[in-house]
Write a protein that binds this ligand. Structure first.
Ligand code: AMP
Ligand code: ZN
Length: 115
């Protein structure tokens, strides 16, 4: 069993409510939704945070792939009026799970600035 909860989800060692999956990434519903639609999109490869991403071609390809799928997933979830993609990085960024993930939130009018 992986020590990292999101690696364990990617490896199907613990259950999650999966919305989208391919070889590189997986998207599943957040356990504590902050909007009517709140999913997490993660690379299956473990990065602790955005700080862990390098400039090597494979990291760039993987993160580019993840970002290219955001609108596909948003469309699957019916977010035709827009959405917010959030990454919390590190302690001041309020990151609580140390595996890189992007929150995709929608189906309510989101405010700005965030807290
Ligand atoms: P962050 O604060 O940006 O690190 O966000 C971590 C997110 O992971 C929070 O929104 C949690 O509700 C969510 N979370 C933690 N454990 C799980 C889990 N097992 N399945 C789904 N979402 C989770
Ligand atoms: Zn991990």
């Amino acid at each position: 069993m992986s020590d990292c909860i999101f690696c364990a989800i990617a490896e199907k060692e613990i259950p999650s409510n999966i919305v989208y999956e391919d070889e590189e990434i997986i998207c599943f519903h957040d356990l504590s939704p902050q909007a009517p639609v709140h999913v997490l999109i993660i690379p299956k490869k473990h990065f602790t945070s955005l700080d862990d991403v390098s400039e090597c071609a494979s990291d760039k390809e993987l993160l580019g792939h993840l970002l290219s799928k955001v609108h596909v997933i948003a469309e699957m979830l019916g977010l035709e009026n827009g959405y917010r993609l959030v990454n919390n990085c590190g302690e001041d960024g309020y990151q609580t799970v140390p595996h890189l993930h992007f929150h995709l939130l929608g189906k309510r009018k989101l405010t700005w600035p965030p807290g």
